[in-house]
Design a protein around this ligand. Structure first.
Ligand code: ISE
Length: 324
């Protein structure tokens, strides 16, 4: 993910350059720095963050390091685009939120890249214009070919389903009030504790609903779809820039193997928008700390529901003025 962001910055953003790279794997850091021109290589992420050659930081490290590194950026007064999730616990998300509110300046952006995907943006536009009536239901499908980072329901909720929580809030413009999660193990050969297919139901403000399938061992490829059902119609993401191929008595569409292929366009648009927002001194159009925090609250409630098998309610906190 870090390589993808570095290359997108290097190739797609004319008004910024990759000044420095850190990776625990220093060979990898040198390799990426070499692909991006004259970038410096650091042995320590906090020194990179505080280096005067660095104006802004992209974090694409393991999930549980995001919150600490993001706070280091806030301490240095530097804008930061953190990969999702903002944090892996509610406590860590609160610490980032409190640090930013204390600073009184919005410096943190969170990489929920679907907000920059043309298909998702088209759904948002169709729904937001009001002609379909009130949005009633979000239906999400999120499939990975094979799981990479872990196979517990908890891991999937933190690492994968966060996208769907963000899509739900963003596309419906409502907040989640209640969640209910069920999971199953898709194959007998997997570890007995595995739950690699989750079904998540949510009740939201304004009497709206959401249902999301997250299946991380779908095997055949990578797919994400989002539909918003409204009073007088619905809007759903269509296939991303693919050709319908006719051959040997079949019509076929290719399916991407992973999110880097499916969302390349979104990642490029996201990083261009992020740099422009910094250079123009305005808020980033994507997710901010408040969104990252709300997603973490939903995730934590889903983990409780998944463990207990019961419905969990959320208390929506007051939104600080900084994010109004
Ligand atoms: C990964 O980190 C992503 O961001 C992908 O979009 C998601 O589909 C995958 O499940 C995550 O592991």
């Amino acid at each position: 993910m870090g390589t993808r962001h570095a290359l997108n910055l290097h190739r797609a953003v004319g008004s910024a350059r990759v000044a420095a790279v850190y990776d625990l794997d220093q060979d990898r850091a040198r390799q990426v720095a070499g692909m991006c021109g004259q970038a410096l290589v650091f042995e320590d992420p906090e020194r990179l963050i505080n280096d005067p050659h660095v104006d802004a930081v992209v974090i694409a490290s393991p999930d549980d390091t995001h919150a600490g590194l993001t706070r280091a950026c806030l301490q240095a007064g530097k804008p930061v685009l953190s990969e999702k999730p903002l944090a892996t616990t509610v406590e860590d998300a609160v610490r980032v939120l409190e640090a930013e509110v204390a600073l009184g300046q919005r410096l943190v952006s969170v990489g929920y890249m679907r907000r920059f995907d043309p298909q998702h943006m088209a759904v948002k536009t169709a729904v937001a214009d009001g002609s379909l009536g009130r949005p009633l239901l979000f239906k999400g499908v999120h499939r990975n070919a094979a799981v990479q980072y872990g196979i517990t329901g908890e891991t999937i909720l933190i690492n994968s389903a966060g996208h769907d929580f963000d899509s739900t809030r963003w596309l419906l413009s409502e907040e989640v009030l209640e969640v209910y999660v069920r999971g199953l193990r898709s194959r007998p050969g997997l570890h007995p504790d595995t739950k690699d297919l989750l079904l998540i139901e949510m009740a939201l403000t304004n009497d709206s609903l959401a249902v999301v399938e997250v299946y991380v061992n779908a095997d055949y490829g990578y797919e994400v779809s989002a539909e918003v059902v409204c009073q007088r119609g619905s809007a759903v993401t269509t296939l991303a820039d693919t050709a319908l191929v006719r051959s040997e008595a079949r019509r076929t569409h290719p399916i991407p193997k992973d999110w880097l292929a499916r969302f390349q366009n979104a990642y490029a648009v996201e990083i261009v928008e992020w740099v422009e927002s910094i250079q123009e001194g305005r808020p980033f159009r994507g997710a901010n700390t408040w969104d990252g925090y709300m997603t973490m609250l939903i995730t934590a409630s889903c983990i409780e529901s998944f463990r207990s098998g019961t419905v969990k309610s959320l208390k929506i906190p007051d939104k600080p003025a900084l994010y109004q």
